[in-house]
Design a protein around this ligand. Structure first.
Ligand code: SAH
Length: 402
């Protein structure tokens, strides 16, 4: 008789000693290369994980196609999976109570960071935006439990699902369009640290905004002064927050749709005539910084928030060269006393790599930099210490002294 620990159906996946020690060390992933047997286990199943001696390690979600074959969901047997999901959602909402201030837009569920691997849920005022990233989370019974729990707890006007077609392909899931999964409301306005933003549930990058930078907007504003340049500005997250502190603000992005929303956001927030109008420039940031640096443009505040340059470990060197080029040019343009806010959202570029890159850039630009703050992602994107992949965003504030 098969043991029914973990999965009611008695499904078992056996992992190698390396896979087992990874789980014992507190990680929740086991790679396919560490799966010893998963015979007859259907895609997306809840399984019981055992080591090579048959000792049970916990319950996990199995993917038949991802390189991450197993994501541990509990150290205990799970008798009622939908009930566990509902509890985890309730816990995720409760966790945010004391850490969220001055915003009605924040991440409610951060996948592994909230013990719900494969699920992202973001709140934008009265609309929830959900992303499903694994086979197990895509199952119909799972979707029903998630949607009904989110609806009961938060009473949103609508829930939209944002589909990443590449993820579905990697998970061997059939294509599915993005769209509303409950309610009819497709757009709203959300408020973050006193700044208002338009939100269109089916437009924009990620689930709509870069919520992980929320606390960094406020931090950047503390240092901002004079003439400011927000490079990779998207819909104006930093620029709008800097405007009340600066005499001139320019935002740069290569995406015209993003800049159109940025301009509408600026209009929403421009109540005080003493604030500068923000100028939005559609350009490739690398070209623009090169031109501006060589033509002697000067600024007091520069924000660099590029997209992830290193999608895999192999890209690390190229990514660091990209970051260095941007940071070098920005440093050349900053006046003494100027502030650089420089970010990287590439997990594969570690904090130490990023700081070393910045030190190299400062040396090459012949500027002396003082490190004011080393920051990360907003607290609604919780970092699990034993799962390094949950920490990905770096945001450094540094002041040019000469
Ligand atoms: N700072 C933004 C988020 C930036 S995300 C915020 O806090 O909301 C990265 C942005 O870089 C995206 O808006 C993308 O359109 C833009 N981008 C990507 N490649 C670019 C390039 N080569 N030049 C300028 N912008 C680029």
């Amino acid at each position: 008789m098969s043991k029914t620990t973990g999965s009611p159906g008695g499904l078992t996946v056996r992992v190698s000693p390396r896979g087992a020690s990874r789980l014992k060390d507190g990680h929740v992933w086991v790679y396919r290369s560490d799966i010893v047997s998963a015979e007859g286990v259907p895609a997306g199943s809840l399984v019981s994980v055992v080591d090579h001696r048959g000792q049970t390690l916990g319950s996990a979600l199995y993917s038949s196609s991802s390189q991450i074959a197993i994501r541990l969901i509990s150290h205990e047997p799970v008798a009622d999976f939908p009930a566990l999901l509902r509890q985890r959602i309730a816990d995720a909402i409760a966790y945010r109570g004391p850490i969220i201030h001055d915003t009605n837009a924040f991440r409610i569920v951060f996948s592994e960071g909230d013990f719900l691997p494969g699920l992202i849920v973001d709140r934008y005022n009265d609309i929830l935006s959900m992303q499903i990233l694994t086979q197990a989370m895509d199952a119909e019974t799972v979707r029903e439990a998630l949607i009904s729990e989110l609806t009961e707890r938060l009473q949103p006007a609508a829930i939209v699902e944002r589909v990443d077609p590449r993820v579905r392909q990697l998970e061997d899931l059939p294509p599915r369009p993005s769209g509303l999964v409950s309610g009819t409301k497709g757009s709203t306005i959300f408020t973050m640290n006193g700044i208002q933003f338009h939100f269109d549930a089916l437009e924009g990058q990620k689930t709509g905004a870069f919520l992980d930078q929320r606390e960094n907007y406020a931090a950047a504003a503390q240092y901002a002064h004079g003439e400011a340049l927000d490079v990779f500005c998207y819909q104006g997250g930093f620029a709008l927050r800097l405007a009340p502190r600066c005499s001139r603000v320019t935002g740069v992005d290569s995406s015209r749709p993003a800049l159109e929303v940025a301009d509408r956001n600026a209009a929403l927030n421009h109540r005080d005539q003493s604030q500068p109008e923000i100028e939005w420039i559609e350009a490739n940031a690398f070209d623009l910084l090169k031109d501006y640096a060589s033509s002697g443009q000067r600024y007091d505040t520069i924000v660099l928030d590029p997209p992830a340059f290193a999608k895999t470990k192999r890209d690390l060197d190229a990514a660091l060269r990209g970051y260095k080029e941007l940071n070098l040019r920005a440093l050349k343009m900053l006046r003494p006393g100027g502030i650089l806010i420089t970010c990287s959202c590439s997990y594969h570029v570690g904090q130490a790599d990023f700081i070393e890159m910045l030190a190299d850039a400062a040396r090459d630009a012949r500027r002396t930099l003082r490190l004011a703050e080393v920051r990360g992602q907003a607290k609604d994107h919780p970092i699990l210490l034993n799962i390094p992949e949950t920490a990905y965003l770096k945001c450094i504030a540094a002041i040019v002294s000469q």
